[in-house]
Design a protein around this ligand. Structure first.
Ligand SMILES: *[C@@H]1O[C@H](CO)[C@@H](O)[C@H](O)[C@H]1NC(C)=O
Ligand SMILES: *[C@@H]1O[C@H](CO)[C@@H](O)[C@H](O)[C@H]1NC(C)=O
Ligand SMILES: *[C@@H]1O[C@H](CO)[C@@H](O)[C@H](O)[C@H]1NC(C)=O
Ligand SMILES: *[C@@H]1O[C@H](CO)[C@@H](O)[C@H](O)[C@H]1NC(C)=O
Length: 436
């Protein structure tokens, strides 16, 4: 099966080369901040999208892009609570809960977002479609985490998030400190013994950091659903991401020179900008092109309004070090701690090489969902990763062969292709456990 997959992927890849140039110029345009200049004009100018909504496949509205996660949940008629958990190194993690209407289920569910994203990812395609609402409709106790450094989680017991010390973290600390704190908090508050974990992309990376370096936490996980797990990144297909990976060291020097520690921080203006640069009426707008080139194109299943709303929520911020750690993961193919260079590694880790995460220690039961047209997490990398786990996970290749990396959170068919499978697996496990 792997080799069939390989052949068809190679065949497809040949057609994407030329698009790279177009994309790179778009990225340069955005990242240079040229667009920021439009923002003032944006607040006064009439926005065509407001007057004449183009309509959406989903039950969502333009203003959703400007609402914060708890506001979205409230708007759509669900109860919402805000909580926070503090990790051992002082970072305060925001949690958003949709409490259950009854106690039909024993096990709370924790949802963890991907890189540069936020809890909004499980909400933006609205009720009847986004995973958080589907779970809440089935009376599950739903918890959305926002990892350190994103727009919702920038507080610390001691450090100010405008200080460089605050940004000295990668996804290692999220897995090692934040997740255990979040899990302990939820279990203590609910009195449950275990929770189910659903992670997308980096939301799985941090899980595997935790499950391998704090193995006692495996027992607190009833089941882990990994959507597009980001551990093996060798075969990233996205041209702009490949370009960034190639130039990562030059970019690092650039960031260092300007004292920049945050990568694509969230700005309230980004939604305004996207409404000008990326009109919903144009299915080939700049946002659509950039996103497609990054995650894999799937225009048929992409809702233009959801795409615009997405840009109100993401990028939601990350640390530069976190991006570098992903680049190291991609370059070396080794799932291990941050590489500070030989000398500093020796000081920090007492070895010239950074310690590898011990995946043999991962004992929580796992189901992996992965997709053929995922340009960030290639299906062959997912298969390779699955073989590194001590117990073979349940593998679920999404049936739609155009399904891409972001489709896990916003495709028109995310519900039927992925979420309904999770819902029925949750039910099946509950039935099996109650007859035990
Ligand atoms: C969700 O779907 C149900 C039926 O499937 C429908 O009755 C309800 O109006 C939908 N809700 C929204 C917000 O679209
Ligand atoms: C953090 O630092 C900024 C700028 O130095 C300052 O304006 C802000 O009040 C500080 N925040 C806290 C919570 O101390
Ligand atoms: C290594 O340590 C030195 C001295 O502490 C520091 O100046 C340098 O930035 C470190 N290098 C890295 C890659 O962290
Ligand atoms: C990795 O984890 C396994 C299972 O817990 C353990 O037996 C093994 O000793 C660990 N290896 C290292 C290098 O820590």
């Amino acid at each position: 099966m792997a080799s069939d997959l390989e052949r068809s992927i190679v065949a497809r890849r040949s057609s994407i080369g030329q698009l790279t140039t177009l994309l790179l110029s778009s990225i340069v345009l955005l990242s240079c901040g040229v667009a920021i200049r439009f923002s003032e004009a944006a607040s006064t100018r009439q926005r065509p999208g407001d007057v004449n909504d183009v309509g959406s496949y989903f039950a969502i509205e333009m203003e959703d892009g400007a609402l914060r996660s708890p506001e979205l949940i409230k708007k759509y008629g669900y109860p919402v609570e805000s909580h926070e958990a503090t990790g051992a190194d002082g970072y305060i993690i925001s949690l958003t809960r949709i409490p259950p209407r009854n106690d039909r289920h024993q096990i709370p569910i924790l949802l963890v977002h991907g890189l540069l994203a936020s809890s909004g990812d499980y909400l933006i395609i609205g009720p009847n479609n986004s995973l958080a609402y589907l779970l809440a409709d089935q009376d599950y106790d739903v918890w959305l985490a926002d990892m350190r450094g994103n727009r919702y989680s920038q507080r610390h017991t001691r450090l100010n998030s405008s200080s460089p010390e605050y940004w000295d973290f990668t996804w290692h600390e999220m897995g090692y400190y934040d997740l255990p704190a979040v899990i302990d908090y939820i279990l203590q508050l609910t009195g449950a013994r275990q929770l189910d974990y659903i992670g997308h992309s980096q939301g799985t990376t941090v899980f595997f950091v935790m499950a391998s370096s704090r193995p006692e936490y495996n027992e607190k996980i009833a089941h882990m659903y990994a959507l597009s797990p980001a551990v093996c990144l060798k075969r990233v297909r996205s041209p702009p991401v490949r370009w960034l990976l190639q130039h990562v060291f030059a970019l690092k020097d650039l960031f260092d020179a300007f004292g920049v520690q945050q990568f694509l921080p969230h700005s309230n203006q980004q939604y305004e900008i996207s409404r000008i640069l990326c009109p919903v009426s144009d299915p080939n707008n700049l946002c659509m092109q950039i996103v497609s080139m990054t995650v894999g194109p799937n225009p048929k299943m992409t809702d233009m309004m959801a795409m615009q709303i997405l840009v109100g929520h993401d990028p939601a911020g990350a640390s530069v070090k976190q991006m570098l750690h992903f680049a190291q993961l991609q370059h070396t193919g080794q799932f291990r701690q941050f590489d500070y260079g030989r000398r500093n590694n020796t000081e920090r880790y007492s070895h010239w090489k950074p310690p590898a995460y011990n995946l043999s220690a991962v004992s929580a039961p796992i189901t992996i969902f992965y997709a053929f047209n995922d340009w960030l997490i290639d299906p062959r990398d997912v298969l390779r990763f699955s073989r590194m786990l001590p117990v073979q996970p349940t593998m679920h290749l999404v049936e739609d062969e155009n399904f891409n990396h972001l489709d896990f959170t916003m495709a028109k068919n995310a519900r039927t292709m992925v979420y309904e499978h999770i819902l029925s697996d949750l039910e099946r496990r509950e039935r099996t456990n109650s007859t035990k």
